[in-house]
Ligand binder design. Structure first.
Ligand code: 8X3
Length: 255
């Protein structure tokens, strides 16, 4: 059974970028959306835009005590979550590992790994009990292909990929699906501005002269994987803009 029409989708990091696009697309597809993020003012604007099909929830996925209260802390009519989109995540810095800030590394691990697994652990039991559900994780091509400055960010996304695949192994025999969506270059989000500490000029240079993926492309992919018949599980989706490809291995030559 497709979960896309009439189902409840819980989206983390919903105040901007991919999360807001997934929320908009899901409401348009007839779903009810629990939009979770730290920034309640942004969530209020999204709620005003999308109406009663959206429930704004102020939530920091790194706040383990609050995450552990889910789903019971939700209004009763919103507890039967059909789809969890673990979208909240971030990259911080692009300096080489020996110069990177340890606090940045800790924050990426806390959000991209610990926050994601706590959210999953909170909502998965009820999905299994109902024998229906879908966990959609936002990985990255950085979890597959190394690049300079990728270190912990890429490491967290490799974790997301393997966690997703391992969950699938546990969930065989249930009606619960797991998908890891792994985008490459995506414009139109705060990703690079956050990575570069608010340096919007440097962030813009990442996309200069390119036609990157958009948050709507990611939302389209989420809609596709959750809208497939229940016997179809898309394990991984690796997606890049047409202008991007994986590069050659690095070799330093003595000249
Ligand atoms: C975003 C893609 O290449 O900037 O996860 O790491 S990349």
């Amino acid at each position: 059974m497709s979960l896309r029409r009439g189902g409840i989708i819980f989206v983390t990091g919903a105040s901007a970028g991919f999360g807001a696009a997934i929320a908009r697309r899901s409401v348009a597809d007839g779903m009810r959306v629990i939009a979770a993020a730290r920034r309640s003012d942004r969530l209020a604007a999204l709620a005003a835009e999308l109406g009663p099909a959206l429930l704004p929830v102020t939530l920091d996925v790194t706040d383990a005590a609050t995450v552990a209260l889910l789903p019971d802390s939700l209004p009763e009519a919103w507890r039967d979550v059909d789809v969890l989109v673990n979208n909240a995540g971030l990259a911080l810095g692009l300096d080489p590992g020996h110069r990177a800030r340890l606090s940045d590394w800790d924050m990426m691990v806390a959000t991209n790994i610990t926050g994601l697994i706590h959210m999953t652990r909170a909502l998965l039991p009820l999905m299994v009990a109902r024998d229906r559900g879908h966990v959609v994780n936002l990985g990255s091509i950085a979890g597959e292909y190394p690049y300079p400055g990728g270190h912990v960010y890429g490491g967290t996304k490799a974790f997301v990929r393997q966690f997703s695949l391992n969950l699938r192994a546990d969930l065989v025999g249930t009606g619960v699906r797991v998908t890891d969506i792994e985008p490459g270059l995506v414009g139109g989000s705060e990703f690079s501005a956050v990575r570069f500490g608010g340096d919007t000029a440097r962030a813009a240079s990442v996309y200069a002269g390119t036609t990157p993926l958009t948050p709507e492309d990611i939302a389209e992919t989420v809609a596709w994987v959750i809208g497939l018949p229940g016997h179809v599980n898309i394990n991984r989706v690796e997606m890049m803009p047409t202008c991007q490809a994986s590069g050659p291995l690095a070799i330093k030559r003595a000249m």
